[in-house]
Design a binder for this molecule. Sequence first.
Ligand code: KG4
Ligand code: ZN
Length: 342
Amino acid sequence: MSEPLILGIETSCDETSAAVLRGERDLLGHVIFTQDIHTLYGGVVPELASRAHLRTVDDVVEGALREAGVTLADIDVVGVTAGPGLIGALLVGVSWGKAAAFAAGKPVVGVHHMEGHLFATHLEHPGAEPPFVGLLVSGGHTMLLWVPAWGEYRLLGATRDDAAGEAFDKAAKILGLGYPGGPSIQRAATEGDPARHPLPRPLLNRGERPGDREYYDMSFSGLKNALRLLARDLESKGTLAEETPHVAASFQAAAVDVLTAKTMRAVREMNCPRVVLGGGVANSRALREALARKLGSRGELYAPSPRLSTDNAAMIARAALFRWRRGETGGLDLNARADLPF
Ligand code: KG4
Ligand code: ZN
């Protein structure tokens, strides 16, 4: 039998995306439309996101099909993000996916967005196979996972307040650097000394044993507040502008220390030196370098390319293939869930 063709659809937040995947790795078409309306408001406005998805989903899916040189009739299975995410945004994709599947007489599969992120890295790196420790870090999520096999996900720890990427974005705003914050902090930090302004590493050494939530949990709001106070102090001395590279480097070092230390705890505890990164913060050079250094020559570190680190439909198509092969198709009663559990 020839490889199945999967149409993936992603609308959980502010990216409208569609992809056509053949088999496990052959990405024939992929369109990611990032809604820019939200930049006016400094954050994603859910109602505007839903409306923008409604306006663009037809064209985005059509674009992916055209790029792949296929029509809906050629598709074997439709995979769509069913959650977690913004409910109105999710509903656009789920309704579209169900209607398309019904019209074409093909099955539809509801996909968990975070499972998608884990498969994103696997799309590009065949070695990113379980067992592995997963670190999913973006503007919306911060999750440390133990993945003994595809489909088995144990949440070890998560952030207690801001997501890792959100912390970078807020820090950049405090320092008057551009959005998104991660890349602009990284740029400013190249000129800076990360040891010049010691900043706190919240929960770094907390938790005695793996059974304690604090052992793996993270927190970034205390770090952000310390940065705010530092910036205010430097501002009053009139030295903020010249110190900004050092402050950016210090912030980045503190955030990376926390992410790296918690990930390495999982690596040791699970006795598994294979780490898979996902989400926008996976682009952080400092994070990749720190993890690679800690993992050493025995370790394996896999990270997605920038295009697949962000929310995208290729990863949803790949996760849908996995679920479909296990016979997990949904019917017309497939629904979106904002808080879909893992
Ligand atoms: O997955 P993503 O593209 O989208 C959403 O979260 O919606 O992640 C974007 C996040 C932003 O918070 C951005 O600041 C962060 O990823 N990010 C980075 C870097 N590149 C992007 N954070 C740290 N270092 C980077 N180089
Ligand atoms: Zn995401």
